[in-house]
Design a protein around this ligand. Sequence first.
Ligand code: PAF
Length: 282
Amino acid sequence: MQVESTPSVVREIVRTARRDRAVVGVVPTMGALHAGHVSLIERARTECDFVVATIFVNPTQFGPNEDFSKYPRTMEQDLEMCKNADADLVFTPDTSQMYTADAETVVKVTQLTSRLEGAVRPTHFDGVTTVVAKLFNITDPDKAFFGQKDFQQQLVIRRMVADLDWGIEIVTCPIVREADGLAMSSRNRYLSAEERQRSLVLSQSLQLGKKLALETAATPAEIERQMQDLILATDGVVLDYAVVLSADSLLPLQNRPDSAVALVAARLGATRLIDNQILQFR
Ligand code: PAF
């Protein structure tokens, strides 16, 4: 496995792989890798000849009061995990290699980013789309692999790729959970033991939503209400949203659809967690 931090070197390595007709896959990450990230690299390994993982804690997607400076940086362990998952190349740029002082271009998806995470974190998605566009340009992939846990993010990236006529296939991989249901996240390590216990209400609310959709005649609005009630009844969990929306557009649903996505976000102390679940209606 090669490890490179210079964009032009990475571009050249990928160009060489492409000359041998390799299908190139990229797995963009911010490091602090866990089993969820490993599942993305493993999936890329099964679908691609040449697998690039990227590790870059992207400053432009953090708001002024967010956790950029304390975001976990565990490069040595991360590289070990990439190697074990059989990545061919890991791109580990630093901030000056990704953003020159005179950079002034932003890639913006305008509508899909205005709600949910975008409403709570107004500059977040501009940072994500800009850095992912740059990572796509540097690594020139055929396929890119993202986790379903960041449901809105994968939709936003799909929108960007479609709107900019990028011939990149976006592959969304299933959420990987701890044994008790908590969705894996690099931010879970911030939780105290008590917060960790309380955080289970997020996945429990999604399980409730799944059951109500499948086994009752509840409408999306009724399901939302029951999910919200469950979360609001848990001390120490501050609910941002618990909603049931169209999985394609994240727009509200009037009647009972065939399927939808339930999304939740909540804060436990200083830690903000998100999770989601596809719902099938009976
Ligand atoms: O999902 C993440 O870890 C980040 O938002 C991404 C896609 C690597 C962009 O920095």
